[in-house]
Design a protein around this ligand. Structure first.
Ligand code: GLU
Length: 490
């Protein structure tokens, strides 16, 4: 049996996250993990990770690795070695056998065919089905006879006919009325323990004091309470967190776009931003504080303040959080990742250009929703624009006068003896005086120029941009833009 040392010494809550490794870690699961982790941190307890790998058909090592990686990335550390449910199988079976011996469970010899037939009939007649308890009433002789004949059997819990109530941490008083749950199977005919039993035994053995999980587990909780009662064990406190919906108020699914932690990571969402945002899906500190670091969240978190109603996942809001976190990062912090990315594209930043590139990172850092967007924005440094936005072309590349301005400025940049873009200040003087010479406003020069050198109608300040890109690129890009415009005209 897997035991956890020092449980007795802990004053705080012992909580767990218990994912089934049948896919990636979804944000619903991640939020459950975060809430549990917060309870442990808040109360000075322990956060444990249990991989529920008993469904051998659907569990994969790849999912286990991915879940663990996503949790690490989110900074959710667990306080004991990972617990694997499959390793506790013998103990699950032992508990089921105990229940049988104590007369709290019984052998059910009903065949699959018989049960399927009964179910179909009941569903047709009444719309619902429950096991009728036929094998409860078998005599000792009948059981012995069936065993002699080696008839396969399941073990069923002898469910008491009474209401089941508990006080949910999130939803408050909760109950189901007597008769809503039939004699649940705890051991299948192949001898394998069912999920409900495994969860109860593991939670008990791990000393779990609070179980916070998605509200889709509410019905399981009632069944699990029956097993706790049959074993004479005190059950943990339960809390059921409402599910996460998409902006259309439908249950979050692939249709809504990215849903796994890994996908958000790949999109360039920062772990701290996702952590912060997920905390606020279903919980709020009660004031308007939204951007909070981990320590602040731990300080303010209160599981009793988890919302009773479903939370809406809004990717735009997540991007807003992310942009705030990206803006807060120092350039030095993100530079290695950015350089590594451009390295894979064969783009190197030579030492003498580094300062200018860093300046550009700083300028785009505050304008990017995700790291991916930041990288995409920074391509302006390495690649001449291949396309120009349609809006920009219509606005700034159609007038003859603009073409003339571009031609003139390119010539002037090339023929000025000293580099006109040797500093941001000089760049400004150069562009403004060029506009004056042309009897036009600086804006009239800046718009087509920006489009020509970046392909876009929006960018950081043009004086900074021309300084960072440097004279050679500017001349080349303007000339390429002019060729593009000429083609447009033909
Ligand atoms: N393994 C279950 C799941 O991934 C969770 C069980 C629980 O939290 O009790 O949905």
């Amino acid at each position: 049996m897997h035991t956890y040392k020092s449980i007795e010494d802990i004053v705080g809550e012992i909580v767990r996250f218990a994912p089934s490794p049948t896919g990636h870690l979804h944000i619903g699961g991640a939020r459950t993990a975060i809430f549990n982790w917060l309870v442990a941190k808040k109360t000075g307890g322990k956060f444990l990770l249990r991989i529920e790998d008993t469904d051998l058909q659907r569990s994969t090592q790849e999912s286990i690795n991915q879940i663990i990686e996503s949790m690490r990335w989110l900074g959710l550390d667990w306080d004991e070695p990972v617990f694997y449910q499959s390793e506790n199988r013998n103990r699950h079976i032992e508990v089921a056998q105990n229940l049988l011996q104590e007369g709290k469970a019984y052998r059910c010899f009903c065949s699959k065919e018989e049960l399927t037939e009964k179910r179909a009939k009941a569903e047709k007649e009444t719309g619902g089905y429950q096991y009728d308890g036929k094998c409860r009433k078998l005599s000792g002789a009948e059981i012995a006879n069936n065993l002699d004949k080696k008839l396969p059997f399941t073990l069923r819990l002898m469910t008491k006919h009474k209401d089941i109530r508990f006080t949910d941490l999130v939803i408050g008083e909760t109950k189901i009325t007597a008769g809503e749950i039939d004699d649940i199977i705890i051991l299948r005919s192949d001898g394998s323990p069912v999920y409900q039993l495994a969860v109860v035994v593991d939670d008990f053995d791990m000393g779990i004091t609070t179980v916070l999980r998605g509200s889709d587990h509410l019905m399981n909780t009632f069944k699990q309470i029956l097993i706790y009662e049959a074993m004479g064990w005190t059950s943990p406190q339960f809390g059921h967190v409402p599910l996460i919906m998409g902006v259309d108020k439908k249950r979050l699914s692939k249709r809504h776009g990215a849903t796994s932690v890994e996908e958000f990571k790949d999109q360039g969402i920062l772990a701290e931003a996702l952590f912060n945002y997920l905390c606020l899906l279903g919980w709020s500190p009660g004031d308007d504080m939204e951007l909070m670091d981990r320590n602040e969240i731990i300080k303010k978190f209160d599981q009793k303040k988890i919302n009773k109603s479903a939370a809406v996942f809004d990717p735009k809001k997540l991007n807003w959080f992310n942009s705030k976190y990206i803006a807060q990062l120092s350039i030095e912090e993100i530079l290695p990742e950015i350089e590594a990315y451009f390295d894979t594209l064969g783009c190197k930043i030579i030492d003498s250009d580094k300062e200018r590139f860093k300046l550009l990172v700083g300028l785009y850092k505050i304008r990017s929703g995700t790291l991916a967007e930041l990288k995409e924005n920074l391509t302006v440094y390495f690649f001449d624009p291949e396309v120009f936005t349609e809006k920009g072309v219509n606005k700034f590349f159609t007038e003859k006068r603009n073409m003339e301005l571009l031609r003139q400025i390119s010539g002037k940049v090339a023929s000025t003896p000293n580099d006109p873009f040797s500093s941001i200040g000089n760049s400004e003087i150069f562009i403004r005086s060029f506009a004056e010479e042309q009897n036009t406003s600086a804006a009239k020069v800046i718009h087509p120029l920006r489009l020509a050198i970046s392909g876009k109608t929006e960018s950081p300040g043009i004086f900074e941009l021309v300084y960072i890109l440097g004279r050679e690129k500017i001349i080349r890009r303007i000339d390429k833009a002019l060729t593009f415009i000429e083609k447009l005209e033909r």
